[in-house]
Ligand binder design. Structure first.
Ligand code: CA
Length: 232
């Protein structure tokens, strides 16, 4: 099997080397760049399976690199994991809004990094066949979008259309963080019945209905929400 390719764009030499070392040891083919502009060219040349992108870079910063990747048809589908320092929540929100798939916060352990990389590769649109799933089962919670039904521990619970859409959307992307704006646009843009534009209100209501399973929807402070990743 051909090894999956990862491009690492990181200006701090020690972090770049440790990352390269760990990813290589895990069996990935790694290409690295210390610079945003060069890194962008490298991604276009390699067209990797994944990009690990530091946000704070000299010259072209991570957000600009992400924007360039997501606006180029050649690289648009390549998943991006942003690498951020603590306190860069607003940049994370910006990056996720631009199409980045996930992020890790420095300092991270090799174990954490590998777990994020594997999770993103697993759900990458580059390889996942599009399963047009209408029913999602997660432990004691079953969501059936066609029948407009949510069952919690076998009991049917009444959901509004907005709540159902929100839960279904999150649950169909386990482990992926979405910003409030993204969620709102997914559940609401064409629907006049979304009266409340405040996504937190809908999330609160969905959690209440999930009762004991409310923790399936995690709050990512300063950023948004995520449906719990499936245990691997
Ligand atoms: Ca940096």
């Amino acid at each position: 099997m051909e090894r999956e390719k990862i491009v690492v764009i990181e200006d701090e030499a020690d972090i770049r080397e440790v990352t390269e070392y760990n990813l290589t040891r895990e069996g990935y083919q790694v290409h690295a760049s210390p610079d945003g502009e060069q890194g962008l060219q490298l991604v276009k040349k390699v067209v990797p399976d994944l990009v690990l992108l530091d946000l704070m870079l000299p010259g072209l910063d991570g957000i600009e690199v992400c924007r360039a990747l997501k606006s180029d048809p050649l690289t648009r589908a390549v998943p991006v994991i942003m690498v951020t320092a603590k306190g860069e929540e607003s940049d994370i929100v910006l990056g996720l809004g631009m199409g980045a798939d996930d992020y890790v916060t420095k300092p991270f352990s090799p174990k954490e990094l590998i777990a994020r990389v594997k999770a993103v590769l697993r759900r990458s649109p580059l390889k996942a066949e599009l399963t047009n799933q209408t029913r999602i089962e997660r432990g004691e919670v079953t969501i059936d979008i066609e029948r407009h039904e949510v069952r919690v521990e076998g009991v049917s619970v009444s959901f509004t259309a907005t709540e159902l859409k929100l839960l279904y959307f999150l649950a169909s992307h386990p482990g992926r963080v979405f910003t409030r704006d993204h969620l709102l646009s997914r559940i609401g843009c064409e629907d006049t019945f979304v009266v409340d534009r405040n996504i937190d209100v809908h999330v609160r209501s969905v959690r209440k209905k999930l009762d004991k399973h409310r923790d399936l929807i995690e709050t990512i402070r300063g950023i948004g929400y995520r449906f719990q990743d499936e245990p691997s």
